[in-house]
Design a protein around this ligand. Structure first.
Ligand code: ARG
Length: 458
């Protein structure tokens, strides 16, 4: 018999109950549900809405139920509909009539809204910590690759030489903003909706602030309809997870490219790579590919929950029960992916000497030639055009920039002198950068020091 059954002549159809049961999903929130119930009961006692002895009996039994669930002794029977009914029914089974006072001045509508906020509060901290761990792995590789030179790309075409450390620090910076988004969200999450009851509040003398304080929350969601009707913080959380996943997908894509034979730059440890059932030579970067692929789950969750909430009239609607499917999917996938990205990076070695020789004298130093002429007062656009012509000539002759004789350089501009060849190494190009935040060794060192300090505090 359901907790709401008395006004009905018939019991709920089995198939319909199975269809509406959510315990396989909201059962994962049992800790939050019990924590919320305990705070509610303490308030009811303090306000003398229920007696101290009834309240204490409920508190004790709730704690026992928590243990029964964590020990696997209390089965998640789908016929109990949801985690709220399951716990309440078990409570009455354990302590009889006294258990029937738990749900005083409460609805499952404000109860689930609270459970979700407690869950988010916990998960925000876990995800933030996992982001920091990944940032630390990136920083460690950056410190080991302070003088490793790679080509920087735009459009995946060689652009200019950069330090690999610089490339890795770009990811650290992106992830820092991800963390800031989660931290900012905490302000909106850590508020209690409890006491909104079904939608209109209650005629019983509750104190909503006591509950909030008891749970370590910063206040209440004031408007009782708003408190039970919205899921915007869930949407925001999944959105923030989606951005993290987008960043991880770019990192994964690069790991896949770097470990290809063509790049031969990243050497993933055998313990994080897979083979082929057919081709004996294969070593595949499956973990990076799976992270890239699992982004689909999280984006799917974001669209899923946005679609559920679209056009719903205020306040609670049963559609909203489906929110947790997406919340849990996005949370699990984001956490697993962050952990795997960290492990993958910690188990990868980069070939420090892979690119430098190849890049020396290479066409990707063209911009250095332009800057050389600009320093000698040639207008930028003119210098750009001249160097473009030099590039065309080198391509035509199939030579590098440092193989074109000085006499020929001079035919493009008398400003070219012997010292131009000093510019034409990848390392010189990097060392010559002087702007703030550039890839020069000094600027990269500054960034490394900054992140070392920043990440040691978190
Ligand atoms: N299982 C429901 C949910 O997660 C509980 C909320 C209230 N249910 C109800 N029928 N009013 O949304």
């Amino acid at each position: 018999m359901a907790i709401w059954n008395s006004r009905f002549q018939k019991s709920f159809d089995k198939g319909a109950l199975k269809f509406s049961s959510s315990i396989d999903i909201d059962g994962k929130l049992y800790n939050e549900d019990i924590e919320g119930s305990k705070a509610h009961v303490k308030m009811l006692m303090k306000q003398k809405i229920i007696s101290t002895s009834d309240g204490n009996a409920i508190l004790k039994a709730l704690e026992e139920i928590r243990k029964e669930i964590s020990n696997g002794k209390l089965n998640f029977d789908w016929q109990k509909e949801d985690i709220h009914s399951l716990i309440e029914e078990r409570l009455v089974e354990k302590i009889g009539e006294r258990g029937k006072r738990l749900h005083t001045a409460r609805s499952r509508n404000d109860q689930i809204a609270l459970d979700e906020r407690l869950f988010l509060r916990k998960e925000i901290n876990i995800v933030s910590k996992l982001i920091t761990d990944f940032q630390k792995a990136l920083l460690k590789q950056a410190q080991q690759n302070k003088s490793t030179i790679i080509s920087g790309y735009t459009h995946l075409q060689q652009a200019q030489p950069i330090l690999f450390a610089h490339h890795l620090i770009a990811y650290i910076s992106m992830l820092q903003r991800d963390k800031e988004r989660f931290n900012d969200l905490m302000k909106r999450v850590n508020l209690s909706p409890l006491g909104a009851a079904a939608l209109a509040g209650t005629s019983l003398p509750i104190d909503r602030n006591i509950v909030a304080k008891n749970l370590g929350m910063n206040g209440i969601i004031l408007n009782s309809l708003d408190a039970v009707a919205d899921r915007d913080v869930l949407i925001e959380f999944i959105n923030d997870c989606s951005i993290v996943m987008m960043h991880l997908s770019r990192f994964s894509e690069e790991m896949i490219l770097w470990s290809s034979q063509e790049f031969s730059f990243a050497k993933i440890d055998d313990s994080f790579a897979t083979g082929s059932s057919l081709m004996p030579q294969k070593k595949n970067p499956d973990i990076a590919e799976l992270i890239r692929g699992k982004v689909g789950r999280v984006y799917g969750s974001l669209i899923g929950i946005l679609t559920i909430m679209k056009s719903l009239p205020l306040a609670y609607n049963r559609d909203m029960q489906e929110d947790k499917v997406h919340l849990l999917e996005a949370t699990t996938t984001t956490k697993d992916s962050l952990l795997m990205a960290t492990e993958l990076l910690n188990n990868t070695k980069f070939n420090k000497n892979r690119f430098e020789k190849e890049l020396d004298g290479n066409l990707l130093l063209s911009t250095d030639l332009v800057d050389y002429l600009v320093r000698k007062q040639v207008p930028f656009r003119k210098a750009h055009q001249m160097v473009g012509e030099i590039v065309a000539l080198c391509i035509q002759r199939n030579i590098k920039l440092n193989q074109l004789p000085i006499q020929e350089y001079k035919q493009f501009s008398v400003k070219f002198e012997e010292d131009v060849f000093e510019l034409l190494t990848a390392r010189k190009s990097i060392e010559n950068k002087i702007s703030q935040g550039s890839t020069s060794p000094q600027e990269v060192e500054k960034q490394i020091l900054f992140w070392k300090k920043e990440l040691s505090n978190s």
